[in-house]
Ligand binder design. Structure first.
Ligand code: F6R
Length: 618
């Protein structure tokens, strides 16, 4: 987890570093810190850190008074705590015993206990509980042993001693103007202009400084100097980094007049669905994906599909299971990514593994996909981030074109994921010939209606606010659904718990009587997804079971469905749609409900406690 940034140039870097850190804050905000190099060799390193949770960055900005005027080289960090509690001592940058080397790191050093024991035995004084600090001391040792190799040589030596994941950047007072960066698994991008070289955990952090980016790959080391970047592998052999030009709209990353990013992103959902659908249909009526390096023959030889993902992306995958099985007639297994590779899944070259990840960087999903490749399975990634680690390693990619999502809770990217997965299901059906072309075309027409239906569901926001107000004091909620309504219920519960910190559990409604119904007592609030999908009648029977035990029932129901409304104490209305597309519309009022509830409880919807937008730790 965490975000890192580094800049070396011919102009003061402080403001650019702070601005970049603000854009990286979604990766964690337990603490923030900066280190600036002196302009000439031998001067002192300047460091400031703050660990005040969501105020860390503001507080850091207030502590820059003593910063050396005009410093042109610096590194920064925003932290999501893994090893060591959120505190100033544990905040990055970390320094060595001499205070001349500073380092920022995103990732986990798995052998840090063993390394810190060795370092302490050798006389080093470690001042934090982090896994990162050992890296600064390892650099110190390497520099003492081979000073002529300089910082880049020391980083190379250090990497030979560490196990784990990292994106890191180091500076040293004896080498002003130089930042050395390295990467394994955790993301790191670089930019270079005539007078500056920059690095960060993601591209938006550097927007406005350049649109030309260089991508650092695993086990590569970069030397950044004003106006130049040199990349070598672990053996010191120079390599040409991949370059990308990025035409991002920076305004899209701002709030556009909404109170918070989440509300802006919820209201961008019709556009997110529409642009994910855009241009998918070729003139001959067939479907196209973005990057497909799997031939149609190979796709026809697929006999099993696995979907791997985490959190909301997992729920999107669960929704897609119904569509792929129904339309493409392929068996689908779905796995929580962090469990997948540890259960020895049976994979071969006839298996298609679909990774679903907004960020394309979630390490659990990334490693699950690597496991799949190890067994020669075909890997297809659904992601919102172009050139993210997962998309670079995949055989095929289908992008969700939702635009940057800043709010920690997934909303527009979730709807775009379901949309993309449904397109994929139709694509598989097309290639495998399991749907008549006319059927597929008719479904695509229905899909084209989805943005307008999502917009209609959003218009009901004020009515959803009323329902949230009515139940604001309930300490816990049960979410129920059946068939495609089941993952919708899971997503509704996840949104509510992560945003409002209330107990919320989602269950398949048919499973209730096998245990969870014991939770129901008079006054328990049960939220059910009761739109007219395949198991609607059975769903209403399950609703009757909780009502007869005194539950208060809120139902998501299709417009005008009085029969369903009669079973409910309150209704969240949505327009009806084709049943396998229903999750795209039905989840909207549950997002609005969670948002409204969090606001009623006075909570920060964009930055829920303990969470981060990109999860790059196992
Ligand atoms: C919930 C949420 C998370 C993510 C999960 C996976 O609102 O955002 O559950 O869905 O961390 O992240 P990605 O999709 O980036 O792999």
């Amino acid at each position: 987890m965490c975000g890192i940034i580094g800049i070396t140039g011919d102009a003061p870097t402080l403001d650019v570093l702070l601005e970049g850190l603000a854009r990286l804050e979604y990766r964690g905000y337990d603490s923030a810190g900066l280190a600036l190099l002196p302009a000439t060799a031998g001067g002192a390193l300047w460091r400031a850190r703050a660990a005040t949770g969501t105020h860390s960055l503001d507080d850091l900005a207030k502590r820059v008074d003593g910063a050396p005027e005009g410093a042109t080289t610096g590194i920064g960090h925003t932290r999501w705590a893994t090893h060591g509690r959120p505190s100033e001592e544990n905040a990055h940058p970390h320094v060595d015993c001499t205070g001349t080397v500073a380092l920022v790191h995103n990732g986990i050093i798995e052998n840090h206990y063993e390394l810190s024991d060795a370092l302490v035995a050798a006389g080093h004084e470690l001042s934090s509980e982090t896994d990162t600090e050992v890296l600064a001391h390892l650099l110190e040792e390497a520099l003492a042993e081979a000073p002529e190799a300089g910082l880049v040589g020391a980083v190379r030596t250090m990497l030979g001693r560490v196990r784990g994941y990292f994106a890191l950047a180091a500076v040293r007072t004896a080498e002003p103007g130089l930042i050395v960066a390295a990467r394994r698994v955790s993301p790191l991008v670089m930019g270079v202009t005539a007078t500056t070289a920059l690095l960060a955990s993601d591209i938006p952090a550097l927007l406005g400084t350049t649109s030309e980016f260089l991508l650092l790959e695993d086990d590569q080391i970069a030397e950044l100097r004003p106006g130049s970047v040199r990349v070598t592998d672990l053996d010191g052999v120079e390599v040409e980094p991949k370059a990308r030009t990025v035409d991002y709209d920076l305004d899209a990353a701002r709030k556009d007049g909404y109170d918070d990013y989440m509300s802006k992103e919820i209201h961008e959902q019709p556009a997110a669905v529409a642009s994910t659908l855009l241009d998918r249909q070729l003139p001959d009526g067939t479907l196209a994906l973005d990057e497909v390096r799997i031939s149609d023959d190979e796709l026809r030889s697929i006999d099993k599909v696995f979907i791997v993902a985490c959190g909301s992306s997992y729920h999107a995958g669960l929704m897609a299971k119904y569509a792929i099985e129904h339309w493409a007639r392929l068996p689908v297994e779905i796995d929580i990514a962090s469990e997948f590779r540890y259960r020895d899944p049976v994979l071969d070259s006839h298996t298609l593994v679909i990774g679903v990840s907004q960020s394309g960087e979630t390490v659990d999903t990334l490693q699950a996909l690597r496991e799949a490749r190890r067994w020669n399975a075909k890997v297809l990634v659904i992601s919102n981030v172009v050139d993210s680690s997962m998309t670079r390693e995949a055989d095929a990619v289908l992008y969700t074109r939702a635009g940057p999502e800043i709010g920690v809770a997934a909303t527009k990217t979730h709807l775009a994921q379901i949309t993309a997965l449904e397109i994929l299901a139709l694509y598989l059906a097309q290639v495998r010939g399991t749907l008549y072309p006319a059927e597929a075309r008719a479904l695509l027409v229905r899909m084209g209606e989805l943005p307008a239906k999502v917009a209609l569901a959003l218009e009901r926001g004020p009515a959803v606010d009323d329902v949230a107000r009515a139940y604001r004091d309930s300490p816990s909620f049960i979410f129920l659904g059946r068939h495609v309504g089941y993952p919708v219920a899971l997503e509704g519960a996840l949104k509510l718990k992560e945003l409002s910190y209330l107990r919320a559990e989602g269950f398949p409604a048919g499973e209730l009587k096998h245990g969870p119904i014991a939770l129901v007592e008079p006054g328990t609030v049960v939220i059910g997804v009761a739109t007219r999908t395949r198991l609607w009648e059975k769903m209403l029977a399950n609703v009757a079971e909780v009502k007869s035990r005194g539950a208060t029932v809120v139902l998501v129901a299709n417009d005008g469905d009085d029969e369903t409304a009669r079973q409910a104490d309150a209704v969240l209305w949505v327009p009806p749609t084709e049943q396998l597309f229903a999750p795209i519309v039905d989840v909207v009022p549950l997002q609005l409900f969670a948002y409204s509830m969090a606001r009623l409880h006075g909570l920060d919807v964009d930055r829920p406690r303990n969470l981060a937008k990109v999860v790059t730790v196992e």
